[in-house]
Design a protein. Structure first.
Ligand SMILES: O=P(O)(O)OC[C@H]1O[C@@H](O)[C@@H](O)[C@@H](O)[C@@H]1O
Length: 368
C-alpha cells in the first residue's frame, strides 16, 4: 500500500478504486439531511414532548451510529438543562430509569450492543426512541414497546449515512425545546453540505479541492487530531474514526483543553522527530486542529500556543475552521470535509474505503 498522490486526480482510479461507492455516498450528505428531517417529522418524533422533558437523555449506538449522540449533545451545547450522554457498550448505567429518554441508533438496526441497551431501556420503563433501518430487529423492539421509531433509508455502511441517523435526534431535541431547529435550519445545513460536496467533488483537482488537500496533508504521517470546542471536537473524533474505517489509517483524537495537559508532550517525543525514522518518515506526527468560531477565550489561547509549540519543534500542522452560524452547520461542514479527506486518503493508498474486513472478522469471531 504505497501513497501515490497522482491517484487523487486520476478519475478512472477514483471510480474503479471505490467499488463500494463511498465517494457518491459521501456526496449524498445534503440529501440525507433532507430525508432524515422528513422521515423524523413523518414518524411523529414530536410525540416525545407529550410526556414532558426527561430527566436525562442516553443515546446508545456504536461506530457510525453512535456519533449521532455526540453531535446531538454538541448541538444542544453546554447550556443543556439535562445531561445528554452517548453510550457505546452493552449495559445502561444503574442510574437510568423511567424518567429518562433512551435513544437507540443503529444503521443496520441489528447491532448487538445497541439492541441490548434498547431492551434494557424498555424493561426499566424508560421512554425509547429508535432510529435505524426499516424492518430491523431494533424496529421490532420499538414497535413492541409502542415507542417512536424513525425508519431511515440507510444504504451501505452506517458511517456513510451519518446525517440520516443524526437529524432525527436533532428534531427530537427541538421537540423537547433543547435547541431551536426547524425546517429552515435543516435546509441551510443541506445547502452548506452541497457547497462543500461541490468543492470536494472528484473532478476538482487537488490544488483547489479541500478534501484532497487535507488527504495530502495527512498522508505519510501519524495524525493527532484535536478539537478546540465541543462541536469541533465531535468533528475531530469523527475524522479520526473515518481515517480508521475508510483509510484503515491510525489517528489519535484529542480535545482541548485536556490535550494540552497530556498529548502536547508528544511534540517532544520520538514520533515528532522526523529524522529518527529516516527510512520511514511515515511515522512522524502531524497535528491537525479543528477550530470553531465559538471558542472559550482560554481555549483560543491554548490552541494558538499549542500550534506555535508544534511548529517550533518542526511538527507539521494543519488548521481547519468550521463554517456557519448554527453549531449543526459548523459541525456538518467540518465532518463532510473529513469524510472526503478520509476517502481520498484511502484512494491515494489504493485502499477500498468501503470494506472493513477486520471489523467483520472480529464480529464473526465473537458471535461463534
Ligand atoms: O451502525 P450499526 O449498524 O448499528 O453498526 C454499528 C457499527 O458497527 C461497526 O462494526 C461498523 O460496521 C460501524 O460502521 C457501524 O456503525
Amino acid at each position: 500500500m504505497t501513497w501515490e498522490p497522482g491517484r487523487l486526480d486520476d478519475q478512472r482510479h477514483l471510480g474503479d478504486g471505490d467499488p463500494g461507492g463511498m465517494l457518491p455516498a459521501v456526496a449524498a450528505a445534503a440529501a440525507h439531511v433532507r430525508t432524515g428531517y422528513r422521515t423524523a417529522v413523518e414518524s411523529r418524533v414530536d410525540r416525545l414532548a407529550e410526556t414532558g422533558r426527561p430527566r436525562a437523555i442516553v443515546v446508545a449506538g456504536m461506530g457510525g451510529s453512535g456519533i449521532a449522540g455526540d453531535i446531538m449533545a454538541a448541538v444542544v451545547g453546554n447550556g443543556a438543562p439535562l445531561p445528554i450522554i452517548t453510550m457505546r457498550s452493552y449495559q445502561l448505567p444503574g442510574w437510568v430509569g423511567a424518567t429518562d429518554l433512551v435513544i437507540a441508533v443503529s444503521g443496520s438496526g441489528d447491532t448487538e450492543e445497541t439492541l441490548a441497551v434498547a431492551t434494557q431501556a424498555v424493561r426499566r420503563g424508560c421512554t425509547l426512541l429508535g432510529v435505524g433501518a426499516p424492518g430491523s430487529p431494533l424496529e421490532a423492539i420499538a414497535t413492541q414497546a409502542s415507542a417512536v421509531y424513525v425508519p431511515v433509508p440507510v444504504s451501505g455502511q452506517s458511517r456513510a449515512n451519518v446525517w440520516l441517523l443524526t437529524v432525527p435526534l436533532i428534531v427530537a431535541a427541538a421537540a423537547l425545546r433543547l435547541v431551536p431547529a426547524d425546517a429552515e435550519l435543516f435546509e441551510r445545513v443541506a445547502t452548506a453540505l452541497e457547497d462543500m460536496a461541490h468543492r470536494c467533488r472528484p473532478a476538482s483537482e487537488s490544488f483547489v479541492n479541500p478534501g484532497k488537500s487535507l488527504a495530502l496533508d495527512l498522508a505519510e504521517s501519524l495524525p493527532v487530531i484535536w478539537g478546540s470546542s465541543a462541536a469541533a471536537s465531535v468533528a475531530a473524533y469523527r475524522l479520526a474514526c473515518q481515517l480508521n474505517t475508510n483509510a484503515k489509517y491510525p489517528a489519535i483524537f484529542g480535545e482541548l483543553p485536556e490535550a494540552g495537559h497530556d498529548q502536547v508532550a508528544t511534540f517532544d517525543g520520538p514520533m515528532a522527530e522526523r529524522d529518527i525514522f529516516a527510512d520511514a518518515p511515515a511515522h512522524a506526527l502531524r497535528l491537525v486542529v479543528l477550530r470553531d468560531v465559538e471558542e472559550h477565550p482560554q481555549l483560543t489561547r491554548q490552541r494558538e500556543a499549542s500550534l506555535r509549540l508544534a511548529r517550533e519543534r518542526g511538527v507539521p500542522v494543519t488548521e481547519l475552521t468550521a463554517e456557519g452560524v448554527h453549531p449543526l452547520e459548523r459541525m456538518a461542514s467540518l465532518i463532510l470535509l473529513g469524510d472526503y479527506a478520509s476517502t481520498y486518503l484511502a484512494l491515494g493508498y489504493a485502499v477500498d474505503p468501503s470494506s472493513v474486513s477486520a471489523i467483520s472478522e472480529l464480529k464473526a469471531r465473537i458471535s461463534q
